[in-house]
Design a protein around this ligand. Structure first.
Ligand code: MLT
Length: 345
């Protein structure tokens, strides 16, 4: 088993989360004008209306959290209204398909993660090509994952978790956000590393999965620190391990999977922004420039640190870096997923 790549980022300390409609005024509609007319930057007139950023998972989850945090300063920089819209389903592929087929005018943007690179292998009949049907805007962040258990779940350590799952294979439940989600991929790596076959309970996102886990309706899951860090620090859930080579600053007491003897179970969830293919270059440039400004924002940096992650370095918040990441990750995950024999049904 090959390891997922992990890029160490400078992790720093904390602030509050953005509201749902990020703008210089609250908005609900999306009256997107034609990008080729009107004023704005470089004479393109973009943006001259509401921009909708599509999140492929339910509200309140980790991808939603990152999106709402980053799009507020992006809206301020662009001088436009940004509305975040959650389009759940099929591990993120429903949202990606919607954006692939949207008008290439810069008013429909996709925030997606590592799932963009696993979908081509998991979904043989995928209706879009992640590399051909999108223009890349840039990488955003790379989030560690954590194994956590419900408050009443018996195991207290990663070692106890593995033994307990082995002894209770038919009854233990593992929550994830569907085939193609990061939580599903992490579950797949757990199965490969332990040889145990999990009983998976799919949700539209790990936001709603967390609600059921907190309510002891499901036993455990592997989820991004942007959704777990505060609940771990608040002793609301049991924490077993983090999926990075070293412990992370936000969760110093949580051991790594390697410390628990699972050195092959390492994965982080990189996120990127995309627009439909053939979106004008000046629009791509404007969005990429606004992304860089947002990732340098003190509020974004401190809030991400509180949630166990960090913005990517400036030279990674670029179309070229996202395309390179996507290409290499598609190649990395294909044999791992094929070896595990997992295909969306
Ligand atoms: C979410 O936002 O719900 C997650 O990113 C889902 C996942 O990929 O596990």
């Amino acid at each position: 088993m090959r390891h997922a790549r992990f890029r160490p980022f400078a992790l720093v300390a904390a602030a509050a989360l953005a509201l749902s409609a990020c703008s210089d005024g609250t908005g609900s509609g999306s009256d997107a004008p034609d990008a080729s007319t009107g004023g704005g930057d470089g004479g393109s007139g973009y943006p001259d209306g509401t921009i909708t950023v599509i999140v492929p998972f339910a509200a309140g989850g980790p991808t939603d959290t990152v999106t709402r945090l980053v799009t507020e300063p992006m809206a301020a920089e662009l001088g436009a209204e940004i509305v975040v819209q959650n389009v759940e389903g099929a591990g993120g592929t429903v949202a990606a398909d919607q954006v692939a087929n949207a008008e290439p005018d810069g008013y429909t943007v996709l925030m997606h993660h590592i799932g963009m690179s696993t979908a081509p292998t998991l979904y043989p009949d995928l209706t879009y090509d992640p590399l051909e049907d999108f223009e890349m805007i840039g990488l955003v962040t790379e989030v560690p994952m954590t194994f956590i258990g419900s408050p009443e779940f018996e195991p207290s350590t990663m070692e106890e978790l593995i033994a307990y799952v082995e002894d209770n294979l038919d009854t233990v439940t593992y929550a994830n956000a569907g085939v193609g989600a990061a939580s599903q991929l992490c579950g797949l790596l757990f199965e490969t590393a332990t040889g145990l076959d999990l009983t998976e309970v799919p949700y539209d996102g790990t936001g709603p999965a967390m609600d059921d886990l907190l309510g002891n309706q499901v036993d455990f899951m592997c989820d991004q620190t942007t959704n777990t860090a505060e609940r771990i620090l608040g002793d609301e859930v049991k924490a077993y391990a983090v999926t990075t080579p070293e412990r992370i600053e936000a969760l110093p007491d949580v051991p790594t999977t390697e410390e628990a003897g699972l050195s092959d179970l390492q994965v982080t969830v990189w996120h990127g922004l995309y627009v439909p293919a053939d979106t004008p270059q000046e629009v791509v440039d404007a969005l990429s420039a606004a992304l860089k400004v947002a990732l340098a924002d003190d509020g974004v940096i401190s809030r991400m640190a509180e949630l166990g992650t960090a913005p990517v370095a400036e030279d990674l918040a670029t179309p070229e870096a996202l395309r390179e990441q996507l290409e290499s990750q598609i190649e990395l995950w294909r044999p791992i997923i094929e070896d595990a024999g997992v295909v969306a049904s």
